[in-house]
Design a protein around this ligand. Structure first.
Ligand code: MF3
Ligand code: CO
Length: 252
């Protein structure tokens, strides 16, 4: 069943989203070579708690951390760890906040020190592809329009769009229907309706798209060792167009 939200529910999710955005901006300020993803995780969890929020990922299907931290060829669901980040790494930090029962989910790619031109271009294209997908998230459009917009934009760079993980409906649980693939055909799939809240979270590889699962049963990485980037927003479909609940530019 696809859950549609009231304006009040969307407002509450927006409050959660603003906290998510704030945490990403804070992380961007202190991330540098020598910092560990476990330190980032602890910072994020503390920040949530100080602001009356709960780290929604902790305990979700047995996941143990407040954040996922995926480095370089890790696509998603990397575990925060003690190892120090190195100059030139790219790290994807992904987390869900529960504020007063309302959820918001966003992943962001953070460069560590000076990253390669290849990494910079992948980051730029992946972020732009997210916004192309969001533009297509209009009431009356279909789920496939989002994926098609992303695919059409990314295609010309020859990058691989990960197919094993998708965006998703969100609230009251982290993962709700519908799935939102980041590739697809225009005018296909379910109709997008006002009140639907979804995540759009393209994972894009410099190499081929298939992923392999680590022995930990969680972490996905590229099969060819190529670099992977991800940007994710939680987006509400409203009569006035897509409303980005986790937008970082709207807040201090
Ligand atoms: N934010 C992640 C996603 O969109 C949530 C991962 S579930 C967890 O898929 F358990 F790994 F946290
Ligand atoms: Co998500």
């Amino acid at each position: 069943m696809i859950q549609r939200k009231s304006q009040r529910e969307i407002e509450l999710m927006h409050e959660a989203g603003k906290l998510v955005a704030k945490i990403h901006k804070e992380i961007a300020k202190f991330i540098k070579p020598g910092i560990s993803t476990l330190e980032i995780d602890e910072f994020a969890e503390d920040f949530m708690k100080e602001n009356g929020a709960i780290p929604a990922q902790k305990g979700y299907q047995g996941y143990k951390f407040a954040t996922c931290a995926s480095i370089n060829d890790e696509i998603c669901h990397g575990f925060p760890r003690k190892d120090k980040l190195k100059d030139g790494d790219v790290v994807k930090i992904d987390f869900v906040v529960d504020l007063n029962g309302a959820l918001a989910d966003s992943a962001w790619t953070h460069p560590v020190g000076k990253v390669s031109d290849e990494a910079q271009q992948l980051m730029k294209v992946t972020k732009e592809s997210l916004y192309k997908g969001i533009e297509a998230a209009q009431a009356g459009n279909r789920v496939g329009d989002i994926g098609a917009a992303i695919e059409q934009y990314v295609e010309k760079y020859g990058y691989g769009i990960v197919r094993d993980f998708t965006g998703h409906g969100i609230g009251p649980k982290i993962h709700e229907e519908p799935n939102i693939p980041h590739f697809g055909r225009p005018n296909s799939g379910q109709r997008l309706k006002e009140g639907l809240v979804i995540t759009i979270e393209p994972m894009i590889n410099t190499g081929i798209w298939p992923s392999q699962m680590d022995d930990n049963g969680w972490t996905a990485r590229t099969v060819d060792g190529s670099l992977s980037c991800q940007y994710e927003h939680t987006v509400a479909i409203t009569k006035d167009g897509p409303l980005i609940l986790t937008e970082q530019d709207d807040i201090n």
